[in-house]
Design a protein around this ligand. Sequence first.
Ligand code: F6P
Length: 743
Amino acid sequence: MKNVLRFILPLLVVLGVLALVASVLAERLAMRWALRDLEARDHLIVNTLATSLAPLLLAELEPAVILTVMTRATRDERLMAVGLCGPDGALRIGTESLPPGMDCRNAPRPGASKRALVDLDTGPAHVMAFPLDPQHPDQTGLILVHDLSYLTKRIADAHGYVFLFFTVLTGLVSVVTVVVARVSLRRWVSAVRAAMTQVGTSAGEASAAPGEIQPILQEVRTLVRELKGGVRERDDSLVRWDPSVLREVIARELAGDEVIAVSNREPYIHVRGKDGAVDVRFPASGLVSALDPVMRACGGTWVAHGSGDADREVADEHARVRVPPQDPAYTLRRVWLSAEEEQGYYYGFANEGLWPLCHLAHARPQFRSADWEQYQRVNRRFADAVVEESRSEDPIVLVQDYHLALLPRMIQERLPASTVITFWHIPWPNPEAFAICPWREEILEGLLGSTILGFHTRFHCNNFIDTVDRTLESRIDREYSTVSYHQQTTLVQHYPISVECPSRWLQGQPSVPEARLRVRSANAMAKDVRLGVGVDRLDYTKGIVERLRAVERLLDTRPEWVGRFSFVQIAAPSRSDIERYRRFSEEVTAVAAAINERFARPGYAPVYLRVAHHSPPEVFEYYRGADLCFVSSLHDGMNLVAKEFVSARDDEQGVLLLSLFTGASRELPEALVVNPYDTDECARALHRALVMTPEEQRSRMRRMRGYVREYNIYRWAGRMLMDAARIRARNRLLSRCPDLSAQ
Ligand code: F6P
């Protein structure tokens, strides 16, 4: 519309000026024709009157007789008055309509037609004096006065026609111009789009675009080739992703754009210890272990719920604190929640509703309106914090997980130029399962405010797209994996999350033989006991009961391991305000106790249940001191414990038992992949792990380590950020040429 106006307005001005000029010319022309016409008529009238008056004058008849003849002549509608002058030019006889004071002395003669135009009280008139006998111009004369009001009307009509003509012309020219422009633009745009999408193909290079736009097409091709080629080249060539490569990508691809991460869980929790001092705790959270290295590499701000009891003490008046405490690299902005907000949003909607909804672990989701109210309210509070923290209009916002499903659209509405990358850390269920959520549309609409929506696996992406397909009126492009909804297109892509490898927690770790001794001695175990380890939050989706049952079955079926094999379960207390979690904790405790009751003997216990928070270095010591690690989740987006175990084993020993129902099992097939519901299979796998030769362990572990090193957390973040950079570059190109996006 703007472009059309830009063209039409000057056209209107030009045509307006032309109309004005045409009006003036038309007026002059009408006037000239009228005067010429009048003079001819005057001569005719004078000749006629001369013929009638000459005998009367010769006969010297009464003036009244002469006046009658002259008055008869004025019956002509345009001849207003006639006067008869004597040889001295003074008026002798004049018709009644002759304006007073008019005589042949002051009236112009033929040839002076300009002076003949006068304005009388009755309107415009034409006055001219003629000799009655052209042979004797100094004798009797006639003065003729014509009413010109008809001419004024004729000129007004001429103006009207000129105006009408130019109005119709303007309309026609505008319509034709707009149609021609639209058709040309469409051709132009198709040609540019073809050049953008077909770069590198013979079709694209040899496009049959009109010659006049070939130069610009050439430029577009070059630009798109640079964008495409650049991204692929970097992705392929940078085999080893590390913090410096990630920093380089951010600096180069995103020109140092601002990065803001948002999650419920904060990466550093300040708690008051028993001795009264403030301790820093690193939470048991896959999300945190993945994102913290990324934020340390790229700086920026991380917005999260301040949940520690000493959090407020260490934060400034804006709720900000620099972290990691020992080596600050980014800002943690805390959001303070009331007990009521935390209850409804975190425990209620997120963890009693969405968590069981998304995990197939036979727990019934609870949906309460009051929780939903709090969930919306807290999402808005996080959006406020993001807007407050944003220093630019177009930050890159990394929204994390199911606690903040409404946040992407809220951010998109308040910071429309931002790029929102949302990552869903848990599985996405199939459409039938998701359909039971009473607020399914709102959740999907919230997530579709994202520029990019990431899941761990392609399977979860497909579930999400199918769910949108069933729930919302949207446009889905399965080839490009995009969903367009309310003018926003979201790229739905899988980005398998990973860990830092090599891990920073390896620094300062004892050697593997020493770690073996330390964990055994810390648990008062025999030095030579074979050890398995499980590391989880105390969560019913993690398959901890199934795991312990498998240990029990091993001891039942392979009694040679009784006294020679123990299992340490590290269980971080989690979400203990929720009844389901409390019951689960009791169940795990009871199962562990029952197994120990059956198989324990002096100096030996088969199961060591350690329900407590363990720091990452403590956990790493267990990974390194164990013979095997058992991950038996009933359903898990990825499970980073599996990858952490692999990254901890720089000795290339140790066996990973991995549930079929984790995202990680797709990436680590060298693990012993098991169905946690199949207790016998799991017991057999435990035995197989315990008897596996060091060579086989090395060969499996080496391959897994190679994979985790290559597909580490920096690649996870880098791929998302590079996709974001590509989308931002494309949007910038489209904003310079807005009609491209309208096609
Ligand atoms: O990995 C899934 C996840 O829910 C994360 O989102 C979360 O940070 C982690 O598990 C721990 O859960 P929570 O934050 O409730 O302690």
